[in-house]
Design a protein around this ligand. Sequence first.
Ligand code: 5GP
Length: 175
Amino acid sequence: MGQRIVTMISEEEIKKRVAELGAEIARDYGNKNLVLVCVLKGSFVFTADLARSIDANMRIEFLGVRSYGEGTASSGVVQITQDLSRPIEGEDVLIVEDIVDTGLTIAHLLDLFRTRRPNSIKVCALLHKPARTRIQVPIDYLGFTIEDKFVVGYGLDWSEKYRNLPAISVVESGE
Ligand code: 5GP
């Protein structure tokens, strides 16, 4: 039983889109106190590239989350395994997510962060699977809309494998 890795979105396409998102974000935030929040682990590659494409002052925070109860489906119960290192009160927070699937994770994070009184809070997601939406969440900056397939690469894993693939890919099992 072999596995075939099929590219869905190439390195070049990702690079071009990330540059566009970075330019848009830099334009929108200007001189604000931008805090990029990288949601671990899946967003680490996207955040690293996005941060370097935003020509503005920022600080970068890391948030560890684990969602309970699932196979590959999110239960919506999100446990914080590593919290931000500093308060975000009065700051302009941009949550950086790898993929918005059901929307439950982002909905939970928005609720949580709003209690900390940031000046503003927005969401940047590389990928969105609208077919699986369970709760509508605002995605202020979106890389790509994709069909309902389980994707890996560019930070995304399949049982901790494939995060290092440079392209967004689909795992297909062959015989
Ligand atoms: P949501 O709460 O929106 O259902 O789930 C978001 C999280 O589920 C993502 O941050 C990601 O960790 C995981 N996830 C959802 N779809 C995929 C997928 O196609 N591939 C991978 N590797 N993870 C996914």
